[in-house]
Design a protein around this ligand. Structure first.
Ligand SMILES: Cc1cc2nc3c(=O)[nH]c(=O)nc-3n(C[C@H](O)[C@H](O)[C@H](O)COP(=O)(O)OP(=O)(O)OC[C@H]3O[C@@H](n4cnc5c(N)ncnc54)[C@H](O)[C@@H]3O)c2cc1C
Length: 392
């Protein structure tokens, strides 16, 4: 094994969180080595599938709003610096019967924080968004600033910025173990050894392997993303908002949401409409393979979600992928120092809603590591919060 290399900061995992963190650290002049077992972006963790939703009134809690606001600014900066198009804002629509926690939480937050939005009656919903077959009880929340980000392009762009600013990226190299003491940190991979001042673990669904002390805090769930074919109304489907259809089920323990969500036709007439739901029946662990949706999962998605609500779509998907959630109780993020090693930071922001916040999280973590404290308040994402979290 070669002589060990050294950097101010070692970052393990270069997905949404790690790529943003590396770019922000390198931009601050820190020497950084970022390590990933694959060559991100890749389809084996949590950051793939062409689109991720972003919304400003984050129904999961007011503490997420500063993160998403800052991320919207950062996406534009990253776009300008890399010549890419990452954030598209066609607006976002949430549909639900009154009383559902996510729908009501979003509306209440938007009213309280003065976030621009419209509240739509069933008749207004039908008039403005005829692709959705809503019943007489279904109401709408429309937010013009909402939209979607391209996750693979976002990871590529941030890794490019990290490289340009001098970060060393070690790809297809698996971290086997790490150590920490008050003198610094060490990492052993299947190819080399590294030492540094601080270590940031952004390992997504692999985090429990590298942070076994936190194993009880996290549960990994496989989710499916399906692209259903467009039968009619392509022009309207192309320009429609991102959407969430909230069925109003109970949120509790690791369960984040009951319903489904989707995106406009971003890939032409033949690309279909991407929709996804959330399931929490069994936990899993990443195994290095992509496990696409089964015929039973596809049929269930079509019959439970699409057939009676999006009748402009056909039943046979043009594409399907699975993706992994790293969930916590009450869907909280964990962004904190390791309980026993102050030189090590844990960055786990998923529970199915982390991507939209990733550049701001990267920036805050980089500030924390280089300046001693983040400018945005991360205290609600501490390990202690996650350990005692309830949904209220
Ligand atoms: C289906 C689905 C839909 C989602 N929809 C949305 C949405 O609409 N809006 C939203 O905001 N969020 C959404 N999310 C959540 C969001 O995508 C995640 O919060 C985010 O992608 C998590 O990124 P990450 O960097 O933590 O994990 P990952 O992107 O999985 O990155 C972890 C990286 O660590 C590397 N790694 C792990 N262990 C090791 C090791 N030992 N050695 C070397 N490398 C290692 C992996 O190879 C991987 O590249 C969704 C998630 C899924 C799965």
């Amino acid at each position: 094994m070669p002589v060990s290399e050294r950097a101010d900061v070692l970052v393990v995992g270069l997905g949404a969180m790690g790529s943003g963190t590396c770019a922000q650290l390198a931009a601050r002049g820190a020497s950084v080595i970022g390590i990933d077992q694959y060559d991100p972006p890749h389809p084996l963790g949590s950051t793939h599938g062409e689109t991720r939703m972003t919304r400003v009134a984050v129904g999961e809690g007011a503490e997420y709003v500063p993160l998403v606001r800052r991320s919207h600014e950062l996406w534009r900066e990253i776009e300008a610096d890399t010549g890419t198009r990452l954030l598209t804002q066609p607006g976002g629509l949430i549909m639900s019967r009154p009383g559902a926690w996510f729908f009501e939480g979003t509306r209440e937050l938007a009213r309280r924080l003065g976030i621009e939005h419209e509240e739509l009656s069933p008749a207004e919903l039908r008039e403005r968004f005829p692709m959705f077959a809503v019943d007489e009880q279904t109401e709408g929340y429309y937010e013009p600033e909402a939209g979607f980000v391209r996750p693979e392009d976002a990871v590529r762009a941030q890794l490019e910025l990290a490289r340009r600013a001098g970060a060393e990226l070690r790809l297809r190299e698996r971290v086997l173990s790490w150590s920490a003491s008050r003198h610094g940190v060490g990492v052993v991979t299947d190819r080399a050894r590294y030492t540094g001042g601080q270590l940031i673990l952004c390992a997504g669904p692999w985090l429990p392997e590298l942070f076994p002390e936190g194993r009880d805090l996290f549960a990994i769930y496989r989710q499916v993303q399906l692209w259903f074919p467009i039968r009619q109304g392509y022009e309207q489907l192309r320009s429609m908002p991102v959407f969430v259809w909230d069925f109003g089920g109970e949120r509790g323990d690791f369960v984040h949401f009951d319903g489904f969500y989707g995106f406009p036709a971003v890939d032409g007439l033949s690309g279909g409409i991407k929709v996804a739901t959330e399931t929490y029946e069994t936990t899993t662990m990443p195994d290095g393979y992509q496990h696409p949706p089964t015929a039973a999962e596809t049929a269930a998605m079509y019959h439970h979600c699409i057939e009676c609500r999006l009748p402009w779509l056909g039943p046979e998907p043009v594409r399907g992928l699975s993706c992994l959630y790293t969930s916590t109780r009450a869907s909280r993020f964990v962004i904190d120092r390791h309980p026993e090693h102050a030189e090590v930071l844990i960055v786990s922001a998923c529970s199915g809603h982390g991507f939209k916040h990733s550049p701001a999280i990267g920036e805050a973590v980089a500030q924390w590591v280089t300046d001693g404290h983040p400018q945005l308040d991360l205290t609600r994402f501490g390990l202690a919060h996650a350990a005692r979290a309830s949904t209220h």
